[in-house]
Structures are given as C-alpha cells and as structure tokens.
Design a protein around this ligand. Structure first.
Ligand code: PMP
Length: 422
C-alpha cells in the first residue's frame, strides 16, 4: 500500500502487510466460521486449535524443550515485573520455608531503564531483599548513562538467590547482551545454588523475542515478552516457564508467601491452557498469523540472518557519520542492540533536521525515548514550573517486520545527510 510509510517505531511497531491483509479478512470471517475473530468465543474449537498451533509454532522455531510450558497472558511486560517476583517468591518459600525475608534475595542485573524498572517493582513488592548485581551506569565515563554491558568480573551475585533477572535487550537505551560470547560466566548467568541446581534465571525478551535463537533457552526458568515488537499487536504477553517454576501459590501463601492474584499465577495459566479467562483474542490472532508467516519464511534462522544484516548496515553508516563528526553513538562498541539503534545527531537543531528530513522521505518512528538524553536536553518550562524531559536522540528500531528495503532507504537517506553536513 503506497499510503504506508516505513515505520521504525519502538513498539507498537511495524507488522507485515501480508499479515494485516489476512487479518482484515479474519476480522470479518475467521476460518470460514462466518464469525469475525473479534466476535468469536475463545472457547470455540476453532480458536482453541489456533492457540495450540501458536504454541507449537513458538516451540518449534525457538526449540523450546518439553521441560518448559509456553503460556499466553495479558498485562504486558510490566505485569511480569510483578508476576515474576510473586511466583518465584512462592516457589522459594515452598523450597525454603525457614528462610526469613532478610535471607531471601532477588538478584537483578541492571543494564538499562527496563531492568531498572523491574528491580524497582521487586523492591516495592517486598518480601525479599533486592540485590543489584551490577548497574551499568557505574561504568559510564560521561553522564550516568546506560551505555554498555559491564565486564564479566563486575557482577556481584548473591550466594543462593530466589532468582537472577536480566533484560536481554534494553529497548530505550539500545543496549543488548552480545551473543558472540555465550558462556556460563558471562551470558546468560548459569549459576549454581546451594542445592547444586541452577539458580532460576529470568529474562525479559520483550524487544528481542524471536528475532534470533535464545542462547541456553533450556537453562532459563522464565522468559517473557510482550508481543508488540516482533510478534503482533499489544495485548498479548508470551511466557516460557520451566515446570518447576509452576508452583502451588496458595500452598506457599499458607507458609507465609504473599498471595498471588489468580490471573498472575503461572499455575492458573498452565492448568487452563492459557484460557483461564478471556484472552486478548484479536492480538493472539494477528500474532498467530505472524508466527505462521515466520515459519513459512524459514523460521528463526532466516530472521537471524536478515536482522544481522539490517543492524550491520545501520551501524556501518553511523560509523561513517561518527568519523565525519555528524553523529555520536549512545552505546559503546560491542553492546549495541540489533533491534534498537540509538544515537545523537551532533549540532544545534541537527537532530530536528534529521528527523524532519526522514519524515519527508516517508520514514517515521525515529525519535528517541523521552528519557534518553543528557542535561543539555532538559528544558525549563517556567510557565508550569516543571522540568520537561524532551524527546532526544534518534532510535532506529529494526524489528522483524522492518524490511531490508526499508533499512536500505534509511541508510541511503542517512548517507546523504552525512554528505550534506560534513
Ligand atoms: N521490557 C522491555 C524490554 C520493554 O521494551 C517494554 C516495553 N517497551 C517493557 C518491558 C514493558 O512492556 P509493556 O509496555 O508491555 O508493559
């Protein structure tokens, strides 16, 4: 459709046109039922079959072993900030009823705004100590920015925590763990607890889910992701949960753990096949179509190759711009994300010009997150006596549905911009 623009937004973000066309048909008539998907009972056999198929599409493409459940829920990544803590503290209570709140520790690896938020929610919920394993801002030379993945020896884990939490890709800051150095000591964090088993490892994959394989997936206790970046519309949250993390939260509450709201309990989701209550039917439908399309296109291997090329092209043109003094990267070499590339355009109003030019060339969604940016970007609004945080920096999101021709157009535009400004 020539009315559509290239969408580099961070989420909700671009979806494949072919899926949107198919979905618009399903909105009127789902699989020949004569009923649109948004009007169909989630208990109908057609929808149940659709959900089962979604599960198997994820299981096959990500190679999820039978030790792990794949669950669907709502509430987004943010609800999982809470659900992860409640379910894992219930599990810990059942295993160690004698341990006090002081002896119960949650280990958080903080590499950006989202893992920081998750740690804050854990602290807010209480019932345990929150140990910050590392905070990558301490490693920044300039302002206190989340601009790198800290070196391996900087991580200070607790001896036997109830979980280790990390965010694989920090959407706002553009910081991501490199998959080139995958080893127990570095990434992901496969540490042994006192009982000799692996400490439950929890990963937020919201903005990098199904863009490439997940290293050591089977060694994770919980992996979760909101659908609204690589998979589909907002409203659906996907969970991959190891069997031993699906616990009787009511039994744990009797031993003193915090009660878990019934819709947030992983056991509720597992026992009901993710259909305890009405799910986000329409989001699931569109997501299912995206997953089917991914499978037809060769699965994760295809997406890994394409996404790697897309990111390399963008980083290359940024390096050219950096050498000419036109751009300044926000993230240190080796920690840059494949999915969200964040940088500054150097010079008064240069960023505005860059973004306006991109809009004119029918490329949108490139404005950085409002909380990224230095002091120079704060504006004092005297009329309202508040500090207003400006949208600063450029963020190019390169999710699965952003096509290579879209990326080529962005690179071409950026190269022209460099030529005109150096
Ligand atoms: N984690 C990450 C990495 C995210 O990018 C986001 C949303 N952009 C969230 C968590 C929060 O997700 P939601 O808005 O679905 O609650």
């Amino acid at each position: 459709d020539h009315a559509r623009v290239a969408n580099f937004g961070a989420g909700p973000s671009a979806l494949p046109v072919s899926v949107l066309e198919e979905a618009s048909k399903g909105l009127l008539n789902f699989q020949g039922t004569g009923i649109g998907i948004a009007e169909l009972s989630h208990r109908s056999k057609e929808f149940q079959a659709f959900v089962n198929n979604m599960e198997s599409l994820i299981r096959t493409q990500l190679s999820v072993p039978s030790t792990h459940y794949i669950l669907f829920t709502q509430g987004g990544g943010s609800m999982q900030f809470s659900a992860v803590v409640l379910n894992m503290l219930a599990r810990y209570r059942l295993l160690h009823p004698e341990r006090t709140e002081e002896e119960t520790v949650l280990d958080y690896v903080i590499t950006g705004s989202w893992s920081k938020k998750a740690a804050e929610e854990a602290r807010r919920l209480g019932g345990a100590q929150v140990n910050v394993v590392v905070d990558s801002r301490g490693f920044s030379e300039s302002e206190k920015a989340f601009d790198s993945i800290p070196p391996h020896d900087a991580y200070k884990f607790t001896e036997d925590p109830a979980l280790i939490y990390y965010c694989e890709n920090e959407t706002v800051d553009g910081v991501e763990f490199s998959h080139e150095d995958v080893s127990p000591a570095s990434f992901p964090f496969q540490l042994l607890g006192k009982d000799g088993g692996l400490v439950p490892l929890v990963a937020d994959y919201s903005s990098s889910f199904m863009c490439r394989p997940i290293p050591h997936l089977a060694d994770h206790a919980i992996i979760y992701a909101g659908a609204q970046k690589n998979i589909g519309p907002a409203g659906l949250t996907i969970l991959i949960v190891r069997q031993d993390c699906i616990v009787d939260v009511d039994a744990a509450a009797k031993l003193g753990a915090a009660p878990v709201p019934i819709t947030m309990s992983y056991k509720t989701l597992a026992d009901s096949g993710s259909l305890y209550n009405t799910p986000a039917v329409l989001s699931m439908y569109v997501s299912g179509l995206v997953l089917e399309r991914m499978q037809r296109h060769g699965g994760l291997k295809h997406y890994e190759e394409t996404n790697k090329r897309k990111a390399e092209k963008v980083y290359e043109v940024l390096r050219e711009g950096q050498e000419k003094g036109v751009f300044k990267p926000k993230v240190k070499e080796g920690s840059g994300s494949w999915m969200n590339v964040v940088f500054e355009v150097v010079g008064q109003d240069a960023e505005k010009e860059f973004l306006a030019g991109a809009e004119q060339a029918r490329m949108t969604g490139l404005k950085g997150h409002r909380s990224v940016g230095g002091w120079s970007n704060w504006r004092k609004d005297h009329s309202r006596r508040t500090l207003i945080l400006m949208y600063t920096g450029v963020r190019v999101s390169l999710y699965n549905a952003v096509t290579e021709p879209d990326v080529d157009r962005f690179v071409e535009y950026t190269r022209q911009f460099i030529a005109q400004h150096s």
